[in-house]
Write a protein that binds this ligand. Structure first.
Ligand SMILES: [Mg+2]
Length: 247
């Protein structure tokens, strides 16, 4: 397996196991907080064990792992969120959770995958995406749940509807899948929230950048980013103009 195939394999395997764990947990009546914690740890161990087997030399930064910062000395680092949207995960029928996998080399993303198991969706840099993607006739901007301020101005400027939902991976997948045109997240995120989604978005021909239009550097000592835009490339100039005015 090359790095792209491995990212895809990890997201798919963790995603399907998480779906089974959730269904079994709900059937057995386990408390939702306990199920959520159990799932975080379970998916973390599954991913780090697979990485240790397939890429023993590489470093890992996982939301659920201890970070001893030795990764900052490494070139190749897998940045993973074993379960993004864990607050929504432990409920039957909830769709807003995902698995994020990315490989970063010298601070730049080189491969990645996002699986959205309850939408039966898997996107990865191992896939071939269509070269052309039309902007929708009925445009949609998607934002994070708790702060749609700037996204609402963007939606107004490009004559789009506005919606929000949980999980950065789910929101990115909506743009990648063509159901939405722009995703704006105007608050702080961890690198594991965004790396997998950015990897796949770029492979799909979308623009992914910070709120001021600049590129990201990953595997930082403090692994935080200040926001995220994933946009259809034809809309990015309009988006950045609005964000520039509303900052
Ligand atoms: Mg998580």
């Amino acid at each position: 397996m090359d790095d792209h195939e491995l990212a895809s394999h990890l997201a798919k395997k963790a995603g399907s196991e998480l779906l089974k764990l959730r269904d079994d947990g709900i059937t057995s009546g386990i408390n939702s907080w306990v199920l959520r914690d159990k799932a975080d740890i379970f998916a973390h161990h599954l991913i780090v064990n697979e990485l240790a087997r397939h890429r023993p030399q590489d470093s890992v930064l996982s939301e659920e792992g201890a970070d001893d910062l030795t990764r900052t000395q490494a070139n190749r680092v897998w940045i993973v969120d074993p379960l993004d949207g864990s607050q929504d995960y432990p409920y039957s029928g909830s769709e807003e959770w995902a698995v994020h996998i990315a490989l970063v080399d010298n601070g730049q993303i080189v491969a990645g995958a996002v699986s959205c198991p309850s939408l039966n969706r898997l996107y990865s840099t191992a896939m071939l995406f269509p070269k052309e993607r039309p902007v929708s006739d009925s445009k949609l901007v998607i934002s994070n749940r708790w702060n749609s301020y700037q996204a609402s101005y963007v939606a107004d400027a490009i004559d789009a509807r506005l919606a929000s939902c949980g999980s950065a991976g789910i929101k990115a997948s909506l743009v990648i899948g063509g159901e939405a045109d722009v995703y704006i997240h105007n608050s702080g995120l961890y690198e594991w929230d965004v790396c997998g989604p950015i990897a796949v978005a770029r492979a799909a021909g979308l623009t992914a950048c910070q709120l001021d239009g600049t590129d990201f550097i990953f595997n930082k000592e403090v692994p935080i980013v200040r926001g995220l835009i994933i946009s259809h490339p034809e809309l990015i100039d309009d988006v950045l103009n609005v964000l520039n005015r509303t900052r």
